[in-house]
Design a protein around this ligand. Structure first.
Ligand code: PMP
Length: 771
């Protein structure tokens, strides 16, 4: 590996003058400029203006010079506004000329226009200047999109951070930082490089720092120079190399970095995967700079001080960056990149006080202290301190937090058209037809709303209209939503109020804790028979059931597994009494239970209504009632149903993208397979930890019931809350559920992988061991 550059070209002045005039037609005064490896002259006062004449080192590959010249010519076409050097063509119309040295070696020569001003590192920069610099980096980058030259791919340039592992043997130069550097380089090779390879790449300048930026008299950037370090590589390195190189120019590193990131991101969007790597890539560049500088200093012997003083890299700079909290820096830079709400730096107590004022005196948040989340990605949630949590709780982002396909579909449609169902539109028709097809053609008529509650509300109104009945039957601890009519069907939400007169509750099919235990013959029918009591009770009050509503996964009843025959028997009884059947698929639909798209398919029934919400838009608000055409028609005869936002173009685009993701990524089958693996792990934990009384679930929805006594089933409610806190500390988020609050509820996004399942199980095991 070569660290020192030798063989600077050596030509008498007369030969240079001959080159300037003879080949490029340049008259004017020649002044030699500093260069580490080439022979450079400023040609000033000539007729054509000022130029830089470059005679390259013999070691410089002519292909690389050709690449530089071509890049500048490309930029002159794609980004003519940018203040970049222009290539002067020689007399014969060619951009480069070859000059033979005394020793016969050939040197490549070319001339570029001179950019007036002074290099930035002399200029004492303000924060706003850094924003301009960030913007300029992105503009040059954008100008180079589509440019390529073979010499720039796989170039192996030592300054390219991707070459950092090659410097692993040099870390002894770092003294106290050596151990850190060894560990960092190992992590860089195993973890960061593979992630870097997946990022968008192109030819980048890669070396925009103070010595390569020219500032005009009005402080505006009047030039970007030196394209000698161009490589084909991840675009983000353009920015992170600059973050590392601007470290020495001011005391407040974070302010400088934020300004650079803000300026850059204002010009081209930084992707979340890029933001996550900002700190590590900056550290990598700092290390590369330091290690190359120190190695060169060592090899230079008596020139060592000169090389060190050239100003590239200092261990103090590295120490200052290492003293920063990487998570907080990332969060702040994410804010500067416009990728998260700007982080105010407010404490939890301050935010809770503000919340209490605007959201009521019972500000219900999870966890103590609560989580302040700033970003989501796949199965992960990231808090304000940059800590990552695996999300086993939220059932809405079914195809992963901030799923790019869904986000893109929403963003694209937002820019094209967003209006309502009073106009024709393909998205709406496609979405409705796809949903209907997913019911096997049983329920093909759709009413579009904006939430699960509204979907249930409309289904309930349709059922009343169709049957002419008033009574309702619901599970004893069900939850179906917030409207007045649906609150009445949600016993789990009724705090002080009592169940209204037209509502009867029936037993949840709980073979673990309920009155009939697993193993009892005819268990499903025994539970379903409770509907007879409810129907009789309604009749005694002069009512018939308009509908029964069931959540196919019985989440709020404690995540109950499908009990053979139960729902079929229940529906049969309701129908015999004149009522309709609503399958609330807000939680259980979209493949959540594995094997089938809908939860009701696990019960072998066909409902009269399917209601959807939560995951339908992966977080974008969508609610739909699916029913039979005659039921919808009947309803529309009675009422002028219309929802302003329901079924709007953007919602339908989001809904279609979710369906595409589930189909294309095989998420229903994956929920079954990964869910099976996770459940097997939970069952192993039950064998080890007596507090786990029962493990239930199918697909990717689980309940783990905690008891202090496996015989009496005494609920371990306090322990459940403690366990959730310990799980949070171990980096996994879950919730509690059930009448007694002693069931740990887990519903990760369906993009949950086998590796995620293993990670979660290991974390859960550690949490249980501390309980
Ligand atoms: N039904 C079920 C089964 C639910 O879990 C919920 C929400 N937790 C709802 C309906 C209500 O949905 P939304 O909050 O979107 O109104």
């Amino acid at each position: 590996m070569k660290f020192l550059i030798a063989n600077r070209p050596d030509f008498p002045m007369a030969a240079v003058e001959e080159l300037a005039q003879g080949e490029f037609g340049l008259t004017g005064k020649l002044t030699e400029l500093y260069s580490e490896r080439d022979l450079n002259f400023r040609v000033s006062g000539g007729d054509q203006g000022d130029f830089v004449l470059k005679i390259s080192n013999t070691l410089e590959e002519s292909a690389l010079i050709e690449a530089q010249v071509q890049a500048l010519q490309f930029l002159a076409r794609t980004a003519p506004d940018l203040p970049l050097p222009r290539v002067l063509l020689g007399r014969a119309g060619q951009p480069v000329v070859t000059l033979r040295g005394k020793d016969g070696a050939s040197h490549t020569c070319f001339a570029l226009s001179w950019l007036p001003g002074s290099v930035v590192s002399d200029a004492g920069l303000q924060p706003t200047d850094f924003r301009d610099i960030g913007r300029m980096i992105a503009r040059v980058e954008q100008g180079m999109r589509g440019f390529f030259h073979p010499a720039l791919g796989g170039r192996g340039l030592l300054w390219d951070v991707r070459e950092l592992p090659k410097l692993a043997g040099k870390t002894h130069y770092l003294g106290a930082h050596q151990d850190w550097a060894d560990q960092f380089i190992a992590r860089f090779a195993s973890n960061i490089l593979p992630r870097l390879e997946k990022l968008q790449a192109q030819v980048i300048h890669g070396d925009i720092h103070g010595h390569n930026l020219v500032l005009g008299p009005d402080r505006a950037i009047s030039g970007v120079i030196d394209f000698g370090d161009m490589v084909h590589g991840p675009r983000i390195l353009n920015l992170t190399n600059a973050l590392a190189d601007f470290l020495h120019d001011g005391p407040d590193t974070l302010a400088i970095w934020s300004a650079l990131v803000e300026g850059y991101a204002g010009q081209r969007r930084i992707e979340p995967e890029e933001v996550e790597l900002l700190v590590d890539l900056t550290l990598a560049r700092l290390l590369v700079t330091l290690l190359i500088t120190m190695t060169r200093a060592e090899e230079a012997g008596d020139q060592a001080d000169y090389i060190r003083d050239a100003g590239f890299g200092s261990t103090e700079g590295l120490a200052a960056v290492l003293a920063l909290d990487a998570g907080k820096v990332t969060a702040r830079l994410a804010g500067a990149a416009g990728l998260s709400a700007p982080v105010s730096g407010q404490s939890v107590a301050e935010m809770m006080a503000r919340r209490g004022k605007v959201m009521g005196g019972r500000p219900y948040v999870f966890y103590d202290p609560p989580l302040h989340l700033v970003r989501g990605e796949g199965v992960w949630l990231i808090d304000v301190d940059g800590r990552r949590y695996m999300d086993l709780y939220n059932n809405v982002p079914i195809v992963g937090h901030c799923n790019p396909r869904v986000a893109d579909a929403i963003a694209a449609q937002t820019r094209i058209l967003n209006t309502n169902t009073r106009y024709l539109g393909e998205h709406l028709l496609d979405y409705a037809e796809r949903l209907g097809a997913l019911t096997g053609g049983a329920l093909t008529a759709c009413a579009f709303v904006n939430s699960g509650s509204e979907a249930n509300d409309i289904a309930w109104r349709m059922a009343r209209a169709w049957t002419g009945n008033r009574g309702a039957i619901t599970q004893e601890f069900a939850y179906h939503g917030i409207t007045e009519a649906i609150d009445a069907l949600s016993p789990s939400a009724l705090r002080a109020a009592k169940t209204p007169d037209h509502v009867r509750t029936v037993l949840g099919p709980d073979g673990y804790r309920g009155p009939f235990k697993h193993g009892t013959p005819d268990l499903g029918r025994r539970y379903a028979m409770d509907a007879d009591r409810a129907i009789r009770s309604l009749a005694e009050a002069g009512m018939k059931p308009a509908a029964v509503i069931t959540d196919s996964a019985f989440l709020t009843n404690g995540v109950l597994e499908p009990m053979p025959g139960y729902v079929a028997e229940l529906f049969a009884r309701i129908r015999a009494a004149g009522g309709l059947c609503i399958a609330d698929e807000v939680q259980s639909g979209f493949g959540r239970m594995g094997d089938h798209f809908w939860g009701y398919q696990h019960h072998g029934v066909t409902p009269d209504f399917v209601t959807i919400g939560k995951p339908a838009g992966n977080g974008h608000p969508i609610g739909v009632v699916l029913t039979r055409p005659e039921i919808l028609d009947h309803f529309l005869e009675q009422t002028a149903f219309f929802s302003t936002f329901g079924g709007n173009n953007v919602s339908c685009a989001a809904g279609l993208a979710v369906l595409d993701e589930i189909r294309d990524r095989g998420l229903v089958d994956s929920a079954r397979d990964v869910g099976g693996r996770f459940k097997a792990g939970l069952l192993r934990l039950r064998d080890r930890f007596p507090i786990i009384g029962d493990v239930r679930g199918m697909g990717l929805v689980f309940g783990m019931e905690l008891v202090s006594d496996r015989q009496t089933l005494a609920p371990a409610q306090g322990q459940t809350d403690r366990l959730l806190g310990l799980m949070r500390d171990e980096g996994i988020l879950a919730g509690s559920e059930g009448v007694l609050g002693n069931i740990v509820k887990m519903r990760p996004p369906l993009v949950f992988t086998a590796a995620d399942a293993d990670f979660a199980l290991a974390a859960l095991e550690r949490a249980l061991a501390q309980l």
